[in-house]
Ligand binder design. Sequence first.
Ligand SMILES: Cc1cc2nc3c(=O)[nH]c(=O)nc-3n(C[C@H](O)[C@H](O)[C@H](O)COP(=O)(O)OP(=O)(O)OC[C@H]3O[C@@H](n4cnc5c(N)ncnc54)[C@H](O)[C@@H]3O)c2cc1C
Length: 410
Amino acid sequence: MPRRNWAGNVRYAARRYHRPESVDELRRLVAGSERVRVVGTGHSFNRLGDTTGDLVSLAGLPPDVRLDPERRTVTVPAATRYGDLAALLHRQGYALANLASLPHISVAGAVATGTHGSGPTIGNLATAVAGLELVTADGDLLTVDRSSEDFAGMVVGLGALGVVTRLTLDVVPTFDLRQYVRLDLPREALDAALDSAYSVSVFTDWRTPRLREVWRKQRADQPPPPADWLGTTAADRPRHPVPGMSAENCTAQLGEPGPWHERLPHFRLGFTPSSGEELQSEYHLPRAAAAEALAALDEVAHLIAPVLQVCELRTVAADELWLSPNQGRDSLAVHFTWIADAAAVLPVVAAVEERLAPFAPRPHWGKVFELAPAAVAAAYPRYADFTALLRRLDPRATFHTDPLDAYFPR
Ligand SMILES: Cc1cc2nc3c(=O)[nH]c(=O)nc-3n(C[C@H](O)[C@H](O)[C@H](O)COP(=O)(O)OP(=O)(O)OC[C@H]3O[C@@H](n4cnc5c(N)ncnc54)[C@H](O)[C@@H]3O)c2cc1C
């Protein structure tokens, strides 16, 4: 089991590492531990999932996946990677409504941080969760679903409420998409571009006023964008979002039709996602404030550009999960892939956060952020409810971590 996260910027502080092979073994481990956290695939960029006690991987639990065609759900072990689940679902005629930019991440880890893809009418990945099974601090096994009290508080749980062992996800009939990359979008056409297809990502570098690339993932039966679409030009070869990197790592473009799971992520399973040498930050803002928020960031573009690999703009539909960054508001997600140099990047993160402050930014829970705890608390209407739930489910602070204590003091 790795001793660092994927990016290598977090070396875990755990004293012991565990890989239980049954839920009963896990229950005994949690009940007997003073401090415990779970790691999924370690693709987060901060210490939220770290511990000074026992760090547990669930990758050794039995890999049984259960599809329920009548209920249109699939129940999966927590450590299942989206890429593996997606291939299995597609073979059986099903799909998930959305995926993140990479298929390498675990379902439980992604859901715990409110991980998302893009799509004006599609929620983040946690909104597909219809049920959870978790081991709570005293080793009990708790099963909850959408009808359970406080369920909406437990899904994006930051790993703070218990060890999730299984998740039940909504599925839809499988579908095909085509991906087109368009170049040089005028800023004023951003909204139209983001609303133009099933899932759209816009990439930029903060060096020019125009937005560098639009990755349009559209239903395969929809007509391709016309030659003069929104003032852009068509990419004549496949692209990687980070300038200069090989498109071999990326999903098929140029309008070639393919199944949902081979088009929604930008990166292919089995290949390095993104640049591999990086830090990431992301802020969810009310979609209605998009133009104003981007104008505010223009003022620090000269700070952003030198430490940036690429910036991505996506949409996420509103939901009702208490700690979801999209709770109660349709969102614009502004993502930064930074260079892998924390000393150079952190002052820029602070400058970005200062500019975004008037828009009540909600940080991606799994990425680098420095927002003051009071600002985070104020951005979440259900913050106090989550803190109460945390105290009730984990009275001894078994799942405590320093960042968790900073943002949710007991
Ligand atoms: C190259 C790259 C691209 C990315 N692209 C996107 C993107 O497109 N969209 C997006 O939103 N994010 C993206 N991310 C961020 C990533 O999706 C999140 O950080 C996600 O949480 C990673 O999942 P993981 O399985 O690696 O979780 P980890 O990083 O291992 O864990 C995340 C949190 O979940 C908790 N956790 C894990 N498993 C469990 C469990 N079984 N029970 C309880 N708690 C648990 C951990 O304790 C920790 O607090 C990207 C990251 C990388 C490195």
